[in-house]
Write a protein that binds this ligand. Structure first.
Ligand code: NDP
Ligand code: OXD
Length: 312
């Protein structure tokens, strides 16, 4: 009945903060912290964020792997990942709420032309800029899942003209749904501010490339909080430099951390954030994991088990 917290890379102490919450909310469970695993056959559940490749196959009595994030792309790269136990991605209110804050904040920033106002200020120029009503501003969300769906709903509340693109059609009040490769061009052609909240899979890798960017209207702004692998960085730089893309806000990169000499850091029309669009908070994530464990112990599957064939 042991739970292993398996988060080898924790420079900010984000994951150490799980221990007191686990001790409080799961008092009857034995909790181990990697690398102090104790006898590996006692580990039945593991909470992971970027575990060492090859490590998870050591726990032969594992009943579930709970990822402490929504994206499982890094985990699925490990060919030794046990394939006989459910892999569960995190869906919880702090991760969803944090991402919606990020997307809404950066959409509003572009909508209200804040980067241009900041540039005017640096020149000491009093330059009131016009902006349309939200109902005349077309926002597009790539990926209308848990995170994209929530951000889309909140943007509708602001009155934006919101559309989303996903693999299968969606029905979200006020949001125009596009799906599949055939409808991508129509979706892009109408999108002035685009936010990417796709998972990184073999189908979505490099999706934001020169051809994709050319289908956005001139001056469109981009927010990428999905994964760095979605964006072909040189294609985005070329589109920014030609003026076809107005501004970009980027939270995720390949590789991370973004190398010190990378041109995104100093580009006048790029905002870089260090993969912290949204954070997993133990107070909300631990109850979700414990509910998953309770379901397994009742003979049910946890919610949000990853479809390994789809890759998300
Ligand atoms: P979900 O699985 O709930 O949603 C994924 C969405 O992407 C679904 O709408 C899905 O379509 C769509 N999708 C997947 N593949 C394709 C495809 N080939 N073509 C079109 N649409 C596709 O994931 P979440 O919303 O929970 O998370 C999304 C991603 O956000 C994570 O995988 C992670 O990479 C990133 N993330 C980043 C964070 C950060 O701090 N920067 C924090 C948390 C997550 P359908 O619904 O039809 O299946
Ligand atoms: C996630 C992330 O996938 O934080 O949850 O990137």
């Amino acid at each position: 009945m042991t739970i292993l917290l398996n988060t080898p890379n924790d420079p900010t102490g984000e994951f150490r903060a799980y221990i007191p919450v686990l001790e409080r909310l799961a008092p009857g469970r034995k909790v181990r912290i990697w690398p102090d695993t104790g006898p590996v056959e006692e580990i039945e559940y593991t909470m992971v964020w970027r575990p060492k490749p090859g490590d998870l196959r050591r726990y032969r009595n594992l009943k579930a792997i709970f990822n402490l994030g929504a994206g499982v792309d890094a985990l699925l790269k490990d060919e030794t990942l046990p394939d006989n136990v459910p892999l569960v991605r995190l869906v919880d209110e702090s991760l969803t709420g944090g991402m919606t804050e990020y997307v809404v904040y950066h959409v509003l920033r572009f909508h209200r032309r804040t980067p241009e106002l900041e540039q005017s200020q640096r020149r000491s120029e009093w330059e009131p800029l016009l902006y349309p009503m939200t109902r005349d501003r077309k926002v597009g969300i790539l990926g209308l899942g848990v995170l994209g769906g929530d951000a889309a709903r909140k943007l509708v509340d602001f009155g934006f003209d919101v559309a989303g693109w996903s693999r299968t059609p969606k029905s979200i009040p006020g949001v125009t749904s596009y799906h599949g490769q055939d409808q991508l061009k129509t979706f892009l052609n109408r999108t002035e501010i685009l936010a990417c909240l796709l998972p990184l899979t073999s189908d979505t890798n490099g999706i934001v490339n020169a051809r994709f960017l050319a289908q956005l209207p001139k001056g469109a702004c981009i927010i990428n909080a999905g994964r760095g692998g979605h964006v072909v960085q040189d294609d985005l730089l070329a589109a920014l430099d030609s003026g076809h893309i107005g501004y970009a806000t980027l939270d995720v990169f390949t590789p991370e951390p973004l190398p010190h000499e990378h041109p995104f850091w100093t580009h006048p029309r790029v905002t870089v954030t260090p993969h912290n669009a949204s954070l997993t908070q133990p107070e909300t994530a631990v109850p979700v994991v414990l509910e998953g464990i309770a379901r397994l112990e009742r003979g049910e599957l946890p919610r949000n088990v990853v479809d390994r064939k789809l890759g998300y």
